[in-house]
Design a protein around this ligand. Structure first.
Ligand code: ADP
Length: 695
């Protein structure tokens, strides 16, 4: 016992050392590994960021270079250099319109251009930013045919005289009407018709005035009056007034006019546009329908910002292209400009605002492809002064050197999530495999521990077994020796006493040989040498004989033995000695654990292709938790070891049943007794039988 304790404590120590030897280094390994993964991640991050910055700088420089190139091509083309500009200040809407048409044509060929502009000195003359000065009658009639022009001028001046000086609109009306009939230009006719309509209104001929204004709007809508107001606009306002006077509404025509204004039907100055739009809004009773983005209004807005903020320094050389960038509120402009050749006035500049949307959505992706910027990077242009990215962030922002001061080029991996997932996967794989190795090692320790403790337990059981077998051997031997000596030396023993002594000696010898047989059997099984001599036949006689002999013995001991044995049974394969051994063991146990009841029941019958043998007692029973264990070698239920036995009987019975291809079943509850059932399969003719099982 002491030896076992020693072995066990040194075993525990070994396990502890072994565990420490695993756990310690594994934890250190895990810590160092995770640190190195972390460092690797940081190194890759900073490498990626510098890679991003490099690509960004390359892309930004290239973007600038190419935009400059495009700007030069757009400004140094013959069509622009041959521009016919209106002389002096007389930049009338008609001339501006022609300029627009020409510039629109040029623009269509240069996608980089969003809006062209022309500056004379510090004044933007295209598009119209300032309303041109008042137009005099002379401006109209200088272009007329000599005769008709003179006649027109005379009639029109007379009309004005009557209308404005003498306040006689009725008379003025006839002069205006006559002038309208003259074969003069559209502009002059429109002027006359406008006056006719005005006078009609003055003399309260509202319907006629309405007709005249409608005609004015429809026929001469694209022309401008002396205040550079388009006749269509004038007519629309007048018609609206007339409609109101008659209690009607003309909102649809105002909405139409509003749309025309926004879409740039006329060349108006910024002031005029603002004034007209406000006036329409005021007149409309319902809210103005949304128009969406207007290129024309954007153009005008750019021009007025340009008018306010454009500066150029130093002398400009013809043929050179210059850049200038400025912002107004949320809108930013990158412009390029160039002076027009001498003769057209060196103080005249032509330039354009870059189409930033186009640069962002078309140029950037295209050049990015050409420069082979890594596909995994997302490139974007962002409004400048975004906060610098955190050093741990995977992003880089790059500024431009000569252009786009309001932009920064931002570079980032296309999918930060994918990048993070890769790192996370790395850490998981590393930690996972370390933990797996750790678990395998721990499992190894556990299995080892289990095996060793099993062996230890078995060793202890064997030692117990030897001591209890020796004890069991000693009792019958002592009795045999005692009665043998009594017979040898006893002189006065009577015949009856002697017979009882012989019986005791015979019984104890039988017990002894039974015990020795059991031990030998176990030893054979233990060494794998147990052989069964299986024969086919009726098992009933063998069972009957064994039960009869042992039953008698039990009855002599005061047991009530109830038997119900079938006389003939279908043939089964069996070893008669082994079967007797099994029956003896079961009956012996039943008697041992029968308790107060002193009852043992034995039954034998055939049942569904099997032969069934049952031994029953009404004794102490077996708790469910032990139903399996009692068939293990050396197992004895705790607290019942006093009954003798060494935990081999049921182990042998099970081994025997396995060798017979049969099985042993148990039904038992504590306090209610137990029933052990041996089941032998009835073999079909020609079927083989399993050999000796390994235990
Ligand atoms: P043993 O030789 O010690 O009887 P067995 O292998 O025959 O060994 O039995 C193992 C244990 O099973 C016994 O110690 C006892 O606890 C339990 N056992 C066996 N048969 C019975 C029974 N009929 N009633 C109650 N317990 C039993």
């Amino acid at each position: 016992m002491i030896a076992f304790r020693k072995i066990r404590s040194s075993f525990r120590r070994a396990i502890l050392v072994y565990l420490l030897a695993i756990v310690g280094p594994t934890l250190v390994f895990l810590y160092l590994g995770l640190q190195s993964v972390q460092r690797q991640h940081q190194a890759i991050t900073s490498l990626t960021v510098s890679n991003l910055r490099l690509s960004g700088e390359r892309l930004a420089a290239e973007l600038e270079r190419r935009v400059w190139q495009l700007a030069k091509t757009s400004l140094q083309n013959d069509e622009l250099l041959q521009l016919q500009l209106p002389p002096g200040d007389a930049n009338y809407p008609e001339e501006t319109r022609q300029l627009r048409m020409l510039l629109e044509r040029v623009k269509d060929r240069h996608s980089v251009v969003r809006h062209y502009f022309i500056l004379r000195g510090s004044t933007v003359i295209f598009p119209l930013v300032r309303t041109p000065s008042l137009r005099q009658l002379d401006d109209y009639i200088t272009r007329e045919d000599q005769e008709a022009g003179k006649r027109f001028a005379a009639l029109f001046t007379e009309g004005e005289n009557r209308e404005l000086r003498q306040q006689r609109p009725k008379q003025a009306l006839s002069f205006y009407r006559q002038s309208y009939e003259m074969p003069v230009s559209e502009g002059s006719k429109a002027l006359a018709l406008a006056r006719v309509a005005r006078c009609l209104r003055k003399v309260n001929q509202l319907k006629a005035a309405e007709r005249a204004y409608r005609k004015l709007g429809e026929q001469f809508g694209d022309l401008y009056d002396g205040f550079h107001r388009p006749y269509a606009l004038v007519a629309a306002f007048e018609l609206d007034d007339l409609a109101r006077m008659q209690g009607e509404s003309s909102s649809q025509s105002l909405i139409d006019i509003n749309r025309d204004l926004v879409q740039g039907r006329w060349e108006l100055s910024t002031d005029q546009i603002e004034y007209s739009l406000a006036a329409i809004e005021e007149r409309l009773e319902e809210p103005m329908p949304q128009m969406g983005e207007s290129e024309y209004l954007n153009h005008l807005e750019m021009a007025s910002v340009l008018q306010e903020g454009f500066r150029h320094y130093g002398p400009l050389r013809v043929g050179e292209v210059y850049a200038y960038a400025f912002s107004q509120g949320e809108t930013s402009y990158q412009t390029f400009y160039s002076p027009l050749p001498a003769g057209r006035g060196t103080d005249t500049l032509v330039g354009f605002a870059v189409d930033l949307n186009w640069v962002e959505s078309q140029l950037l992706p295209q050049w990015r492809r050409e420069l082979e910027v890594d596909d995994g990077f997302a490139v974007a242009l962002k409004v400048a002064k975004i906060p610098a990215p955190h050093p741990n962030d995977l992003a880089a922002t790059v500024s431009f050197t000569t252009l786009f001061p309001f932009w920064q080029l931002s570079m980032a991996p296309a999918s930060i999530e994918a990048w993070k997932a890769t790192t996370r996967r790395g850490i998981l794989v590393f930690a996972g495999s370390t933990i797996l190795i750790f678990c395998v090692l721990i499992l190894g320790v556990f299995l080892l521990m289990r095996d060793v403790s099993r062996e230890l337990k078995l060793g202890r059981l064997r030692a117990d077994f030897i001591s209890s077998v020796s004890h069991e051997l000693k009792t019958p031997l002592t009795l045999i020796r005692l009665y043998g000596e009594t017979l040898l030396h006893g002189k006065r023993s009577r015949e009856k006493e002697r017979k009882s002594y012989y019986q005791i000696i015979t019984r104890e010898s039988e017990r002894l040989s039974h015990l020795i047989e059991k031990v030998l059997d176990f030893s054979r099984i233990d060494r794998g040498q147990k052989q069964y001599n299986l024969q086919e036949g009726d098992v009933a006689p063998v069972v009957a004989r064994t039960v009869e002999v042992y039953g008698e013995y039990l009855m002599r001991q005061g047991f009530s033995v109830k038997t119900d044995l079938a006389a003939h049974l279908p043939p089964v394969q069996f070893d008669p000695d082994a079967i007797s051994e099994a029956i003896l063991n079961l009956m012996d146990n039943a008697a041992k654990f029968a308790g107060e009841s002193k009852f043992v029941g034995v039954r034998l019958r055939s049942d569904d292709n099997q032969v069934v043998f049952e031994v029953e007692d009404h004794g102490i029973g077996i708790p469910p938790g032990e139903h399996e264990k009692i068939f293990q070698q050396f197992y004895r239920a705790p607290g019942r070891t006093g009954k003798g036995g060494y935990g081999l009987g049921l182990f042998l019975v099970k081994h025997i049943m396995d060798a017979h291809g049969g099985k042993i079943e148990l039904e038992s509850e504590p306090g209610c007794g137990s029933l052990f059932r041996l089941i032998f399969p009835v073999r079909e003719p020609g079927e083989g039988v399993g050999g000796s099982p390994e235990h």
